[in-house]
Ligand binder design. Structure first.
Ligand SMILES: [Zn+2]
Length: 317
């Protein structure tokens, strides 16, 4: 049996589970206060999925580069260059990742390796941490939930877990939220979706109507009505995934990358350019939260077409 590689993680003598918990918890870092930093969390989620699948500890960067780029494209920041080599290399500094042969890699001025060199390297969790994760599926689940709650909106969790082969964890325990937020937001919008006017209810209980955070809770968005929108389930999901946005004139933006057939047109595309419903006084959307969403989540550019005078939009709003 070969000697275990020197991980350089400094985890020797410490409990591997606690070391992982602490390091994963520290990944919660927002640059310049509120800019999303999803690269490392996405790599760790991806790597946890490989552990759960029973894959080998180390994997060649060249073999995961496309998967990571796709995850960054879909769940990362819009308008930023998706560079999977950054987390694959930089996660080493967090003490939970190693790149085999890192010492032979010549880095550039910013400390990152040229992609051609990294493609010849393999990376993964250090051996002791990897063994701990293999032995303790509950720890894998716990770390995945920590990352989801800290970096992604709840409406995206199931989709993201499926993408990294952790779908078995789909029933995540979500942190208790302020029930007053939901009530204040739904009231402010008259229990109707601010985009389409959906107000379906069973007796007096709304169905598929939700109080959405515009600036995600995971990004420090407050539980206040001026950070909320009453949205139907479809439009909540579209907002959190960046298919739907709000411009600085409170008009609805639909990402030009969003597409679909007649139903997609009916449910979302036809609202592009229409004004968002006005809330009651005191619940006016705070522009700082709106701007955060436009910058960090919305998939620029918006569709430029002029709105269709949609028949059912008029009678439902
Ligand atoms: Zn709606």
């Amino acid at each position: 049996m070969p000697n275990p590689p020197d991980t350089g993680s400094g985890s020797a003598g410490r409990d591997p589970a606690d070391h992982l918990r602490a390091a994963v918890g520290r990944l919660r870092q927002w640059r310049r206060g509120d800019e999303r930093a999803p690269h490392k969390p996405l790599l760790v989620l991806y790597a946890l999925g490989r552990v759960a699948r029973g894959d080998a500890r180390l994997v060649a960067f060249a073999d995961v580069e496309d998967d990571l780029a796709a995850l960054l494209e879909e769940f990362g920041r819009p308008r930023s260059t998706q560079q999977p080599r950054y987390p694959f290399w930089r996660l080493q500094t967090d003490g939970i990742w190693e790149v085999e042969g890192a010492g032979r890699v010549v880095v550039d001025a910013s400390g990152d390796p040229p992609v051609g060199q990294l493609r010849r390297c393999r990376g993964g969790f250090p051996a002791d941490l990897w063994q701990q994760l293999r032995d303790d599926p509950d720890l894998v689940a716990e770390l995945a939930r920590t990352l989801l709650d800290a970096h992604f909106p709840p409406s995206a969790h199931d989709e993201l877990l499926g993408r990294v082969d952790l779908a078995g964890l789909a029933a995540t325990t979500r942190p208790a939220r302020d029930p007053g937020f939901r009530l204040a937001v739904l009231r402010a919008y008259g229990y109707r979706c601010a985009v389409c006017g959906w107000d379906g209810a069973l007796d007096r209980t709304p169905v598929a109507l939700e109080a959405a955070h515009v600036r995600w809770h995971a990004a420090g968005g407050p539980e206040r009505a001026d950070n909320g929108l009453a949205l139907c389930a479809v439009h909540h999901q579209a907002l959190d995934r960046g298919a739907l946005g709000i411009d600085d004139d409170r008009r609805i933006m639909v990402a030009s990358a969003f597409h679909g057939g007649m139903a997609a047109r009916h449910w979302l595309i036809r609202f592009a350019g229409l004004p968002l419903a006005q809330p009651q006084m005191d619940a006016e959307l705070d522009d700082a939260h709106r701007a955060w969403h436009e910058r960090e989540v919305f998939r620029d550019p918006p569709r430029s077409e002029t709105p269709v005078a949609a028949e059912s939009a008029d009678d439902s709003r």
